[in-house]
Design a protein around this ligand. Structure first.
Ligand code: ATP
Length: 707
């Protein structure tokens, strides 16, 4: 990787022979009849005279050649060639291939063969960097653009893009809110637009990400000759959503089996954590050692369980989002390099883990959905060797998973106050600054929830448009003599610099500028551009903080009440679908059907029972239904504890806050009041959120509209 944060293949740019080869190939491909445009969903059919059988064959033979020469593989994995063929014929494709099924190759080969640049939207910065580095190792020029890059890195990358020296550009979905980035993309010849983890685009997917939703605008506008969606987990409904949003032809969906015959999937029911620990220890002791991944729901469990295993003589490390980046990298490297390591992890560990010989994936707690479960077990046995995946389910897993669902759903009142703030007394075209970190406390909604609402208002209602976010704080040091600055800037820039720097608070070395307090007649965008430029030119050292979202009001809603109701219905519907997903997972856990068969059916495939798991072999065939009926999952509410909770002075007294506090669901307002540190925080968790909320509503004499 260059010090400018992007990677260019060492042999790619500078070797003349390679460049000449590519040029030859580019000419040949330019004569290929690929789709000239993708507007309006016009799909060129196989019978179209421009996509002939010969051209498809030619394309596929070139692809096979690249597979061997560049990647060193002798044949395609199941589905890869079909994806390439569909992509070439239809101009778009959706690949639903299992985890470890080689989805990346489906864009890497076309990227080399097509002229122009391939843009890959990828959800994780670490993953993007790793993928770009891997590509460079095989001689493909790849770059990545992320929020951790400096202005100089960005400038250098832009230059390389302009000079056509980047073949694959990885970007995060958040980038598409940035106008500077969008105008840069408009100058590029994008031949292929790829959305990795494409299920994130669907609200009905298990991992919906609001920024993905906006990609649908871009997929239609960017005029890329080809579009490709990649996912391992998409039900029929989610796949339909993806193809609609990415303007992909329904004829070009390639779906390959979830089922992998080398994985033995078992789910066992336990009555307590103690029983789970015993079962886990038994397996770890009795089974042949091998790289092991143990999934848990909570960070606390992660730490405790790793400690417990170490105490019992195993090499185990925790991995979760609460650890520092550095610590996580160390654990990841240790997991990849050590012999028979055990990592106890939350879902923070998963995406991009490409260790081929993971022999065991244990679920100490239940996954939140069948999609999540299949992604997680998919980490095992990528080398095709026999591997075991065992889940230990207890009813106590459910309230914990529910808290994640309910913690992200605002109530109607919260939505109403936020919409009033956003639209009342505003004018059309007005830009509104939204410091989400502050608004989260003000409206008691997590930042991610506020962000989702903004995206809905943009994509579904067209009421607002998100514009380039800005930092609210600058901290800078001038690196040249202040009086020489004038010589580096135009007159206009210098006047602006003088005006703005006069507002900064100077301390010993650094000056601090609060951008939200600048006089109204100063144009923020000009200030941002000026600082960007002086920083890029090495005149100042700059650190920016407090990123704030900004939206432009496109229309003032005529009926705010109606909008509130519609929005709330949408949010509530999402909550219901997540609850349903959890219920489906519980059903899977407590049924006696072969797990591989049941999960395959969920994804629309009919297969025979696997014949290898406990259920197929007659063990654990019948779960004790009475032991696991929903009535026994939730403990009765301890009314003495509830009474004490209602009397805690510093607690907000609305029903939702009381119920969240009792069930240990953190919210911005509870955090602000330091209530999450209170000893009774989460003390009624085992009683289940729905039951506690009902009680809280009764206590406050409110009607249960939320339920
Ligand atoms: N044709 C092939 N032959 C052999 N190995 C391949 C082939 N194609 C890809 N691979 C290898 O398979 C592994 C998995 O590939 P990749 O990471 O693209 O999978 P994926 O489908 O994106 O998985 P995930 O969903 O887990 O991210 C990689 O190590 C890759 O190099």
């Amino acid at each position: 990787m260059t010090r400018f944060g992007f990677v260019i293949g060492p042999n790619f740019c500078f070797q003349r022979k390679r460049a000449a080869d590519l040029l030859k190939e580019k000419r040949r491909l330019c004569s290929f009849p690929h789709r000239t445009a993708c507007h309006g969903g016009v799909i060129m059919s196989r019978s179209n005279e421009r996509v002939t059988k010969t051209s498809v064959e030619h394309f596929l033979s070139l692809a096979a050649k690249k597979l061997r020469e560049v990647f060193g593989y002798s044949q395609f994995l199941s589905g890869q060639e079909e994806v390439l063929q569909k992509l070439f014929c239809f101009g778009s494709a959706l690949a639903v291939l299992p985890t470890g099924g080689g989805k990346s190759l489906c864009y890497q080969i076309p990227a080399i063969l097509f002229p122009g640049v391939t843009v890959v939207v990828s959800p994780l910065i670490a993953l993007m960097r790793e993928q770009a580095q891997k590509l460079v190792q095989v001689g493909i020029a790849a770059g990545h653009m992320d929020s951790l890059q400096s202005a100089a890195e960005m400038r250098n990358l832009r230059k390389s893009l302009a000079e056509g020296r980047v073949k694959i550009l990885f970007v995060s979905p958040e980038r598409f809110n940035n106008e500077v980035f969008l105008s840069l993309l408009r100058t590029l010849e994008i031949s292929l637009f790829v959305v990795d983890e494409a299920h994130c685009i669907s609200e009905w997917g298990h991992n919906f990400r609001p920024d993905y939703l906006r990609l649908s605008h871009f997929a239609r506008e960017c005029k890329a000759a080809y579009r490709l969606g990649l996912t391992a987990t998409a039900t029929e409904r989610v796949a339909n959503d993806i193809i609609q949003r990415l303007n992909i032809s329904p004829d070009s969906v390639v779906r390959k089996n979830f089922y992998r015959s080398n994985l033995v999937l078992n789910i066992r029911c336990s009555t307590s954590d103690l029983e789970k620990r015993e079962q886990l220890l038994k397996f770890l002791c009795e089974r042949e050692r091998g790289p092991t991944l143990i999934y848990v729901t909570l960070q606390r469990t992660c730490e405790e369980l790793a400690y417990f295993l170490v105490e019992n003589g195993f090499q185990a490390q925790p991995y979760h989002a609460g650890l520092s980046d550095e610590q996580r990298t160390v654990t990841y490297d240790w997991f990849v390099k050590t012999c028979n390591p055990i990592v106890v992890a939350t879902i923070a560990f998963g995406m991009g883990v490409d260790k081929p010989d993971i022999r065991y994936v244990y679920h100490y707690n239940l996954s939140k959905s069948l999609e999540a479960y299949s992604q997680e077990v998919g980490r095992a046995g990528r080398d095709g060797k026999l591997s075991y995946c065992d889940t230990f389910f207890a009813g106590t897993d459910i309230p914990v998973l529910e808290t994640f669902i309910y913690g992200n759903t605002p109530d109607a009142g919260q939505i109403s106050s936020f919409l009033t703030f956003l639209f009342e007394n505003r004018k059309k075209s007005q830009i509104v600054n939204l410091p989400l970190y502050e608004l989260a406390t003000q409206f008691d909604m997590r930042e991610v929830v506020l962000h989702t609402i903004l995206v809905f208002l943009d994509v579904y209602w067209g009421l607002i448009k998100e514009v380039t976010p800005m930092f609210a704080e600058y901290r800078y040091q001038v690196l040249v003599e202040e009086d020489t600055l004038e010589g580096h800037l135009s007159d206009k820039q210098y006047i602006l610099w003088k005006n703005v720097s006069a507002q900064a608070k100077k301390k010993l070395k650094w000056s601090y500028l609060d951008l939200s307090n600048l006089p109204l007649d100063i144009d923020m965008e000009q200030v941002q551009r000026l600082f960007d430029e002086v920083h890029t030119n090495g005149l100042i050292r700059l650190q920016a903080g407090k990123l704030q979202h900004r939206v432009q009001i496109l229309q003032i809603p005529k009926d705010l009440k109606l909008l509130e109701q519609q929005l709330w219905r949408l949010v509530a519907e999402r909550e219901r679908s997540e609850v349903q997903r959890l219920d489906e997972m519980v059903q899977l856990a407590t049924s006696s059907t072969c797990v591989s068969q049941a999960v395959s059916r969920y994804f629309g495939e009919l297969i025979e029972p696997c014949g290898k798991c406990d259920r197929c072999c007659g063990e654990n065939k019948e779960q004790d239904a009475s032991k696991f009926s929903s009535k026994t999952w939730f403990a009765p509410i301890n009314m003495a504890v509830w009474d004490t909770i209602t009397k805690i002075e510093e607690l907000p007294k609305d029903a939702l806050s009381l119920a969240k506090f009792a069930c240990g669901i953190s919210s911005p307002r509870l955090r602000e009041k330091k209530a999450t540190k209170h000893e009774l925080f989460g003390s009624l968790r085992d009683s289940g959120f729905r039951q506690v909320l009902q009680l809280a509503l009764q206590h406050n004499g409110q009607s249960p509209t939320f339920l």
